[in-house]
Design a protein around this ligand. Structure first.
Ligand SMILES: Cc1cc2nc3c(=O)[nH]c(=O)nc-3n(C[C@H](O)[C@H](O)[C@H](O)COP(=O)(O)OP(=O)(O)OC[C@H]3O[C@@H](n4cnc5c(N)ncnc54)[C@H](O)[C@@H]3O)c2cc1C
Length: 329
């Protein structure tokens, strides 16, 4: 199905908090942007563990000046999802879910975006393209055999289905530590495998003593300095810190080894990436990339290191991207 020849003011790719904030910045300058998302609105937050609390306090997650009210000190996944959906509705932002941007090319004065939808390919033309695609839909793969087996999961959603199961959690950052603790408390027998010799300082301050104490008490097993060599139906094979091969018996594996932006998409759009950091060629004042009319917002602006920009500091990017638009011009 081919799209009409309507030219959108702006297409914003990614209906996460940053994409929605960009849309609000555009609308407040008189534009009528179209926001598309490969998944649901705020798909990355949909993928968070059920019931998870943010580490950020609510006022730092707000967009468009709308108050985020939550029942505790910090919002939960569910409260954030309701909030961002509600803000999009209140601001009249047009959102098309389940519409994936595959590539974009410059055509005349504007851009032509090739989208993939459930019903087939579609072209959408626009004057300005903003990528706010985040990183959470591309897990870092370890490159070992068995990683694609059905009992290997790259997202942790909830612990209760693992009760009474032997579970190997791979990773040592917040996602892995939180999963290991929840799984243990739901009655799973947990072994945590981490390639470094100790947890990083970024582990949430309230979880760090908890996980250390559980390991010290032998309630959660841990293998630090260990390398995963492969995954089979019944075990994870590791090379332990002392160089020995070990088979860790398990029924389920959570490989929580981080996520990365879709660098292939950026290259298909023509954006130049730093050969080492994969940071995009982008004007820091305007967020315009080396491709005229193509902008980037949020955590994707820093390449591999996605820990510098998150919701609380990425939510203002739209103000820079649309700063040159004078209302009514
Ligand atoms: C478990 C967890 C807890 C976190 N807690 C916090 C916290 O407390 N505070 C904080 O500030 N940050 C937190 N973060 C980080 C935060 O989630 C991200 O910084 C934030 O989601 C980035 O927002 P974004 O809008 O840039 O990207 P995202 O929220 O990732 O949104 C990007 C959207 O783009 C869509 N997309 C991707 N590719 C395409 C494509 N080709 N075509 C169309 N759509 C596409 C995705 O489906 C997604 O919906 C947490 C992250 C995780 C994983």
């Amino acid at each position: 199905m081919e799209g009409s020849e309507r030219i959108e003011d702006a297409v914003i790719v990614g209906a996460g908090p940053i994409g929605l904030a960009c849309a609000i910045s555009a609308r407040r300058r008189g534009l009528d942007p179209l926001v598309v998302d490969a998944g649901a609105i705020c798909d990355a937050i949909v993928r968070y563990p059920i019931g998870m609390s943010f580490f950020t306090t609510p006022e730092r997650l707000e967009i468009g000046g709308h108050p985020l009210v939550c029942s505790g000190k910090k919002p939960t996944r569910e409260e954030a999802l309701m909030y961002y959906r509600g803000v999009a509705r209140a601001e009249g932002v047009r959102v098309r879910p389940y519409t994936l941007l595959f590539e974009a090319t410059r055509v005349g004065d504007g851009l032509e975006c090739r989208m993939e939808t459930r019903l087939g390919p579609e072209r959408i033309r626009c004057s300005r393209l903003v990528l706010a695609t985040g990183y959470y839909d591309h897990p870092n793969m370890m490159g070992v055999a068995g990683e694609e087996l059905p009992h290997v999961h790259h997202y942790f959603d909830e612990a209760h289905r693992s009760s009474g199961q032997r579970v190997v959690v791979i990773g040592g950052k917040n996602s892995a530590v939180e999963a290991a603790l929840e799984l243990f408390r739901a009655g799973a027998r947990v072994t945590l495998v981490y390639r470094r010799s100790e947890f990083p300082p970024s582990v949430k301050y309230w979880m760090a003593p908890d996980i250390r104490n559980r390991i010290a008490a032998g309630e959660i097993e841990a293998r630090f300095g260990a390398e995963v060599m492969g995954i089979e139906q019944t075990c994870v094979i590791i090379r332990s810190a002392d160089g020995n091969r070990e088979e860790l018996l398990c029924d389920r594996v959570y490989a929580l080894t981080g996520y990365r932006p879709d660098f292939d998409l950026f290259r298909r759009v023509g954006i130049e990436l730093d050969p080492e950091t994969c940071a995009p060629a982008m004007n820091p004042e305007t967020h315009e990339t080396n491709v005229p009319g193509v902008y980037m917002a949020g955590s994707i602006t820093t390449g591999w290191d996605t820990s510098d920009v998150f919701i609380e500091n990425g939510r203002f990017d739209g103000e820079k991207i649309f700063a040159d638009v004078v209302r009514g011009s």
